[in-house]
Design a protein around this ligand. Structure first.
Ligand code: AQP
Length: 326
């Protein structure tokens, strides 16, 4: 049995990119592996959220994780900030990481370049090291993530190897596990950029909790192109290819094989809406039920936090001893 770990930021409404790129495979992993899933609230701080909003989004993230099908009896669901070893190990790893490698992280460069003033926080620069700590603390063999996290995973692997070589063999070197389909769901309005929680694009983002009429409206208005042929070609037809990718991921078919079944963009859009509505219906029903009992959601997190901390403490102590701390 492998140890699996992954995380999600409480930075906004969960969207179908999160679901197809990551959460859906988390549900599968809980039966086949020893799985740890973390709500990474410290990462969400890099975008300076309103404190009350961060608190309520953290609870809502837990509700979402339960609603997609995670079962606290079969996996550990916890909140990053409630396990202090994440920040303690981050410091040890920051002393191993270099400015050069953090400066090459494309997500950091994109966010820095899109900020209008020079207000880029140190946290935004160093958070890939915190992410490495999240993973290495749990001796994770495998980390199921979307394509956008590939570079950060590579950094975690490099830091584990470097630490092990410099001190002693403490960390497992983790593997990224990226789904073959829908690993990078694109924004419906801007198909050249990924769907995201934190970048506001109300028409381009389909939330897991969007009701059928909302999904239909957004998919109907999805940007396509001036051509008419339904063909999977992400380079020259990014909007149409994204729709085919979504339909394929929702129905279990390949986007190439379903393209020929649709004669017009309108037909394709209707099929995409229908498939997404069906895929999300059970998740939404469970979310509505779970929202009525916040007390039990908090109790689930408290139990998960304790279980996670027991594992994290052991790894941290070994790492601290290895570097020479008393
Ligand atoms: N568009 C996407 N397609 C496929 N997978 C995705 N993931 C995120 N976006 C897509 C995967 O979802 C998991 C949780 O990642 P996250 O919480 O960082 O999600 P986000 O939507 O990317 O949130 P933010 O706040 O908008 O993050 P930034 O600012 O970093 O883009 C991960 O496994 C991720 O790969």
């Amino acid at each position: 049995m492998q140890r699996v770990l992954s995380g999600v930021q409480p930075s906004g409404d969960f969207h179908i990119g999160n679901y197809l790129g990551a959460l859906r495979s988390w549900v599968q992993d809980q039966d086949e592996n020893d799985a740890f899933y973390c709500i990474v609230d410290l990462h969400a701080l890099t975008s300076s959220p309103n404190p009350d909003e961060l608190r309520s989004r953290t609870i809502d993230a837990a509700i979402n994780l339960l609603a997609v099908g995670l079962d606290p009896d079969r996996c550990t669901i916890f909140v990053q900030s409630q396990v202090p070893e994440h920040t303690r190990l981050t410091w040890l790893l920051e002393c191993v990481a270099t400015m050069g490698e953090l400066g090459r992280m494309t997500q950091f460069k994109d966010k820095r370049d899109s900020s209008k003033s020079d207000r880029t926080s140190v946290g935004l620069f160093t958070y890939p090291v915190l992410q490495a700590a999240d993973i290495l603390l749990y001796n994770a063999n495998r980390v199921p993530v979307g394509e956008d996290q590939r570079q950060h995973l590579e950094l975690a692997r490099e830091l584990a190897r470097r630490f092990n070589t410099r001190y002693s063999d403490i960390f497992v070197v983790p593997e990224a596990s990226i789904p073959s389909r829908a690993a990078r769901v694109m924004d419906l309005q801007y198909p050249e950029r990924k769907m995201s929680k934190s970048i506001k694009s109300p028409l381009g983002t389909v939330a897991v909790l969007d009701r059928p009429s909302e999904i239909e409206r957004k998919v109907k208005r999805a940007v396509t192109d001036s051509d008419t042929e339904v063909r999977y070609d992400p380079e020259s037809k990014p909007g149409v290819s994204n729709l085919l990718e979504l339909l394929g991921a929702a129905t279990g078919a390949t986007p190439e094989s379903i393209a020929s079944s649709y004669q017009s963009y309108g037909d394709l859009k209707s099929a995409v809406s229908e498939a997404l509505i069906e895929m999300l219906r059970p998740v939404q029903e469970r979310h509505d039920d779970l929202s009525k009992d916040i007390g039990s959601v908090k109790a689930t997190l408290a139990k998960g936090n304790d279980a996670a901390r027991a594992v994290a403490q052991r790894t941290y102590e070994r790492a601290a001893q290895a570097v020479g701390l008393l």
